[in-house]
Design a protein around this ligand. Structure first.
Ligand code: OGA
Ligand code: ZN
Length: 377
């Protein structure tokens, strides 16, 4: 374990030199705000209010005490803080900012089809063990896709396995939504038409993070599924067509829904490729069916449409997409804001086809996985 070898005082921070020679800066306001007594033991919320000390707070005295803790007597508030060096090292923002960011995502292309088994997991394994649940969540978070096999095929029978993760995300389509062909459909999913690779609900500010299509019956001719890793296609463009990539990350597109069953017009502007603070992929917005009439600047429109065209074609290119057929009992589960999904046309006269769809927010997937990672399984 690293111990503190030396401390130096500066204008706004203490410089800590560690036994392995590494150096950290700890800002005074940051230290005072993160005093171990600042948080309530039950809620874990901060009870201490940084706004009640001045911006000039600083250590009146500081030492490494006999327990090896950094002890700071503050210039105001008659307060002393005791910091565990292990905690300081783990939360050191100086070292964190020096480490190169590593993406958690495993990008994939059409070659995933050869390892299709690697993304399949048995329903009972998830129901009966946290290890199985963790494996499913890892597939969902890192690879963005998993097929749960052998789920019971009764009405709503995907609930128990989904609730192993958390609650579902409600939308006006209701939970589950029934994917069958209906007369006078309010969504193209509820027809027998082919669906081009798309995400669901791109017109929401926060589209559902994950989608689960539970296959109850797939006895009609056609209706085969497709999936494509939008992050992998974005990465390809970044490496090969940076101008197209720049347009897709910078220009805001527009999506909308005017569902005739709803007294509601929903719409949202977002770039086709959203990035995180580390410039990793955050999400993809792509849906030919529900992209609105774009309203970007006239000087950009031609470039934007050509970039959209190029991106859309790659999202349907057999180099990137995988094709498979869902069997009754499968739950095709995927990151709705990364992996685009589609299906071929089916013939409703030839047999029945019935899927039940569910959504779960991304916070629930990542939060549950974070929790399970802390438990030794
Ligand atoms: C959907 C959808 C795919 C299918 O309901 O959003 O894309 O295979 N369905 O029917
Ligand atoms: Zn869909």
């Amino acid at each position: 374990m690293n111990t503190i070898s030396k401390i130096e005082r500066n204008n706004s921070y203490l410089k800590v030199i560690w036994s392995d020679g590494k150096e950290s800066q700890f800002n005074y306001l940051w230290l005072r705000d993160n005093c171990p007594t600042a948080h309530d033991k039950n809620t874990n919320h901060r009870m201490f209010n940084i706004l009640e000390v001045s911006k000039n707070i600083n250590p009146k005295k500081y030492i490494i005490n006999k327990d090896g803790k950094l002890e700071i007597e503050w210039s105001e508030g008659e307060h002393t803080s005791y910091f565990d060096p292990k905690w300081l090292r783990e939360n050191c923002y100086t070292l964190k900012n020096k480490t190169k960011y590593k993406s958690p995502y495993k990008l994939w292309d059409n070659s995933l089809k050869k390892n299709f088994k690697s993304i399949c997991i048995d329903h009972d394994e998830i129901i009966n063990s946290d290890k199985g649940l963790k494996k499913w969540l890892e597939l969902l978070h890192y690879t963005g896709i998993a097929i749960v096999k052998n789920t019971p095929v009764k009405d709503k029978s995907a609930f128990p396995v989904l609730n192993r993760i958390s609650h579902t995300r409600e939308t006006f389509f209701k939970t589950p939504f029934e994917v069958i062909n209906i007369p006078k459909p309010n969504n193209s999913a509820y027809t027998a038409h082919a669906l081009r690779n798309h995400m669901d609900l791109p017109w929401f500010e926060n589209p559902p993070g994950y989608q689960f299509l539970h296959c109850l019956i797939n006895a009609a001719e056609g209706g085969d599924s497709s999936a494509v890793d939008g992050f992998a296609v974005a990465e390809y463009l970044k490496n090969n067509k940076i101008d197209v990539y720049k347009i897709l990350t910078e220009v805001y597109l527009k999506f909308r829904d005017k569902d005739y069953t709803q007294d509601n017009h929903r719409g949202f502007h977002a770039p086709a490729i959203g990035l995180t603070k580390d410039k990793d992929y955050h999400d993809i917005r792509f849906s030919i069916a529900t992209m609105d009439s774009l309203d970007c600047h006239p000087d950009l429109m031609d470039k934007v449409y050509k970039a959209h065209h190029e991106f859309g074609n790659l999202l349907h290119d057999d180099r990137f997409q995988i094709k498979f057929r869902m069997e009754p009992g499968d739950i095709f589960s995927f990151n709705n804001r990364r992996v685009l999904h589609g299906r071929t046309e089916f013939n409703p006269q030839s047999g029945n086809r019935h899927l039940q769809g569910y959504y779960i927010d991304r916070d629930e997937i990542i939060g549950r996985l974070n929790f399970l990672k802390l438990t030794n399984l």
